[in-house]
Design a protein around this ligand. Structure first.
Ligand SMILES: C[S@@+](CC[C@H](N)C(=O)[O-])C[C@H]1O[C@@H](n2cnc3c(N)ncnc32)[C@H](O)[C@@H]1O
Length: 343
């Protein structure tokens, strides 16, 4: 049963607009953010996963679909994944592959909304996510407990926050809710409702008027911290590859399947990469996604991916589900990725 049949009782459901990192949608901010993003992401290697949106269609209830999306979010966080690309098998040519063009009632929109919601620290969710029927069961999910999901009593070098409408009464500075007992002042005048990353500094006195610095959302990553994942939509498997948000694109793309090559994890050599992508298919696998993609006509999995791998040989069940394959494969890739990054 498709997602459409699971969520009928919502009235006017708002469009999916919130993205992780920064939620300022003005063209100027988008341009600036894109520039910063390319710069920052150039400097650090990234690991992305692509997951077929169709896995949501095969789940009978909204609650089970929510649990499934939650499992993918947990796997991405456990293995420090930087980007999750949710892809459809559509043959739309010439249309931008963005969340903005997505049918709000689709499985992909649901999947992306739950992934983004879970990646957002709990204390920011009310401000950044309008009520939506898709989020009806997210309260049942185990939290991601990522390093940027700090609790009220915890201190960290960075905190995620949301800019507030209310300004400081003394100097008009922007106030930010970073999930502490008091709102803090920041060093920039920013419009309300924007998600920001704040360098907290060493002064723990929340009564001080000292403004804290707003930094790029990738700054904590530069210091070796895992700071959540970005979420992106792609119409089909070829747009997963070609609409890559990182400058220079993905330089090594791994496809996964029971039909793939069998190589022991300890023997797998991943060449040096800046942006690695690992793709996971739906019920009919990545081969169906390739077959249905106009841009990959005549190609097979061997042509579409740098390498096509079976990460769980000698399986006892006839099928390994995508959510199971993601956990198995990310564990399998962990050591080869570390070896490559250290070399
Ligand atoms: C239900 S399976 C699809 C089965 C399909 N025959 C295939 O190509 O593997 C869904 C997804 O789980 C992953 N998967 C399943 N078995 C796997 C295996 N042995 N090794 C690696 N990935 C696997 C693949 O990404 C696959 O597209």
């Amino acid at each position: 049963m498709g997602k459409k049949n699971k969520s009928r009782d919502a009235d006017a459901e708002p469009k999916l607009t919130v993205t992780n990192g920064h939620s300022d949608d003005s063209p100027k901010a988008k341009k600036k953010h894109k520039k910063n993003k390319n710069k920052d992401q150039n400097e650090l290697p990234t690991v992305s996963i692509a997951v077929a949106a169709s896995i949501i269609d095969n789940v009978p209830t909204l609650e089970l679909a929510t649990r499934l999306a939650g499992q993918i979010a947990r796997a991405a966080t456990i293995f420090r994944i930087n980007e999750v690309v949710v892809f459809d098998n559509k043959s739309i040519v010439g249309q931008d592959s963005t969340v903005d063009n997505l049918d709000d009632e689709s499985s992909a929109a649901f999947f992306i909304r739950v992934l983004q919601y879970l990646e957002t620290p709990q204390y920011l969710r009310k401000a950044l996510f309008p009520m939506h029927n898709d989020l009806r069961f997210v309260g049942l999910l185990p939290p991601l407990d990522a390093p940027h999901h700090l609790r009220k009593h915890e201190w960290g070098p960075y905190r995620e926050g949301v800019t507030l409408k209310e300004r400081d009464s003394n100097n008009g500075a922007t106030l930010v809710d970073v999930g502490l007992a008091k709102h803090i002042l920041v060093d920039q005048i920013l419009e309300p409702g924007r998600r920001v990353t704040v360098a907290m500094g060493t002064n723990r006195n929340l009564d001080s008027d000292l403004p804290r610095q707003v930094v790029s959302s990738s700054k904590p990553r530069e210091e070796g911290m895992y700071w959540g994942y970005q979420v992106r939509y792609a119409h089909n498997i070829s747009s997963v590859f070609k609409d890559c948000a990182y400058k220079g694109g993905y330089d090594y793309i791994i496809g996964t399947s029971e039909h793939g090559q069998i190589i022991k994890s300890s023997d797998l050599e991943i060449p040096p990469f800046r942006h690695l992508l690992i793709a996971f298919g739906g019920l009919a696998g990545l081969e169906e996604s390739i077959e249905e993609d106009e841009n990959l006509k005549g190609k097979d999995a061997g042509d579409a991916f740098s390498i096509y791998l079976n990460t769980c040989p000698h399986q006892g069940s006839r099928t390994i589900r995508t959510e199971e394959a993601i956990l198995i494969s990310l564990q399998y890739f962990q050591e080869p990725i570390s070896r490559t990054l250290q070399s």
